[in-house]
Write a protein that binds this ligand. Structure first.
Ligand SMILES: [Zn+2]
Length: 381
């Protein structure tokens, strides 16, 4: 039995200050409030203890990518995020030629077999060129059940989320096929109206890929995908709360509209996360990072589209707290709710007895100082 004590422990019922956590090997055995029980403990006074972060949208980090490069590089990307507090993550692919997507899905399925990632997120190829962001429109395809099934097979049961644009012909058939296959369908990179989005939710969509980004702006007479996704209780809504992709007012409004059980914080990190400014790759697209902001390099003379983020999910957590979201709500949005989206809510995503000992210890400014996954320190306190 290992005891962690003295820190401010963020639980589903609120912050225990001070609180303690008792671990039985890889599992949380008990959580309580008050002073340290009379036994040796890891002293976490002055620190916050959050559940291990769960990131549903990650393309890379630490200079390595899930979208290109070798299997070892993909492992490096996963290890980078783990070391920064993300104990559970999906590997996100961007639109690419179909054969390449199949090959990447097969390669990443190997990482999922080894437990390094919780599965795959396909951000494409059934997206709208009108809202492509930094994605490559040349390889976007009309939704097709046969293509979906090929990608699903390549991922060998590890495909967890697919992002698509519901206004494209054939989209609803793919929504239904994916839902039947147990894959979460997310709306994103879409020019859909509110009505089209509502029809897709009726067909099985339950998630929003980076709400606001890659969607037509909210208008009071045509609230678009943003309005429809926020309005429906069965939809969980991702936001990239990194201080670059969204104004803090948009972060607060989305958090209030969705509520703590439906908001999901994601990093949308690419290879440049944790790295200096410079030139990077996101799928087939070249990206320049200046002042920590990643932009596509295709558009000479004008700022290119924002191309993923350079933030870790811990950075997003910190920014969301600075933007005014309550700490317990942030923990729900960065751990509990995304774990539920993955069907892992009975295994991880909260500091409560019976769940895996996945946690991140942060200093007063919410910078991660120690990370534990399944009872093992990845970064020691
Ligand atoms: Zn992305």
């Amino acid at each position: 039995m290992l005891l962690l004590a003295g820190g401010r422990v963020v639980t589903p019922g609120g912050v225990l200050s001070p609180g303690w956590i008792r671990l039985d090997r890889s599992v949380i055995d008990a959580v309580g409030s008050g002073g340290v029980p009379d036994q040796p403990a890891v002293d976490l006074r002055g620190q916050w203890v959050l559940p291990g972060l769960v990131d549903l949208h990650v393309h890379g980090g630490g200079g390595a990518s899930f979208t290109e490069g070798t299997g070892d590089e993909a492992r490096q990307a996963a290890a980078f995020h783990r070391g920064h507090g993300t104990t559970t993550m999906l590997a996100s692919l961007v639109t690419a030629p179909l054969a390449e997507l199949e090959a990447r899905a097969a390669l990443l399925a190997g990482l999922a077999d080894d437990g390094l990632i919780a599965g795959l997120h396909l951000e494409g190829p059934f997206l709208s060129p009108a809202r492509r962001g930094a994605q490559d429109p040349r390889h976007m395809l009309a939704p097709d059940v046969g293509v979906f099934e090929r990608l699903c097979a390549a991922a060998r049961g590890h495909l967890r989320v697919i992002t698509l644009a519901p206004e494209l012909p054939g989209a609803l058939e793919v929504v239904k096929a994916a839902t039947q296959a147990g894959v979460t369908v997310a709306v994103g990179h879409t020019d859909a109206t509110a009505d089209v989005t509502l029809a897709a939710i009726d067909a099985g969509v339950t998630h929003a890929t980076h709400l606001f980004n890659g969607m037509r702006p909210f208008h009071h007479r045509e609230p678009g995908a943003v309005g429809a996704l926020l309005d429906r209780d069965e939809v969980t809504c991702e936001i990239i709360a990194d201080g670059v992709h969204l104004h803090d007012i948009a972060i607060r409004l989305a958090a209030r509209a969705a509520g703590p059980g439906r908001l999901v914080l994601v990093s949308d990190a690419m290879a440049a996360a944790g790295m200096p400014d410079g030139r990077y790759q996101l799928g087939s697209k070249r990206v320049t990072v200046t002042g920590g902001v990643a932009r596509r390099r295709e558009d000479p003379g004008q700022p290119g589209a924002i191309a993923g983020s350079t933030a870790t999910l811990a950075d997003v957590v910190r920014h969301a707290i600075v933007a005014g979201l309550p700490v317990p709500d942030v923990a729900a949005a960065a751990s509990t709710t995304p774990a539920r989206v993955l069907g892992l809510g009975d295994r991880t995503g909260a500091l409560r007895p019976g769940l895996a000992a996945d946690l991140v210890v942060c200093d007063n400014d919410f910078r991660p100082r120690a990370v534990m996954r399944q009872g093992e320190w990845l970064v020691t306190p």
